[in-house]
Design a protein around this ligand. Structure first.
Ligand code: SF4
Length: 94
């Protein structure tokens, strides 16, 4: 099995950027999310719920979703984004 290795050199299944020690990149992700217009930004509680679902998902490897190739912390930031799994692991945003 081919396994991804993050910039930190760690292979980490079910880890987010925050846990991989990707400090600079994580900070840029946080800035990206903070700069999204409020109507486009996923509310905090929903964002956290999305990331919790990703952490429980077998498709998460090195903070990346195997199904779409996105860093999940970026994908989850936009209200309009959806989990690519069928059925989706994220609920609808209210
Ligand atoms: S399939 Fe959905 S829940 Fe799983 S890692 Fe990808 S975005 Fe997250």
């Amino acid at each position: 099995m081919d396994r991804a290795v993050g910039a930190s050199g760690r292979v980490c299944r079910r880890c987010l950027l925050e846990e991989l020690g990707e400090g600079d990149y994580l900070e840029s992700v946080r800035r990206y999310r903070a700069r999204l217009p409020e109507k486009e930004r996923t509310p905090d509680d929903v964002y956290e719920a999305r990331l919790a679902a990703c952490k429980d998902c077998a498709e998460l490897v090195n903070a990346t979703c195997n199904l779409c190739g996105c860093y999940v912390e970026i994908r989850a930031a936009r209200r309009s984004s959806a989990c690519p799994a069928v059925p989706a692991h994220w609920g609808a945003v209210r």
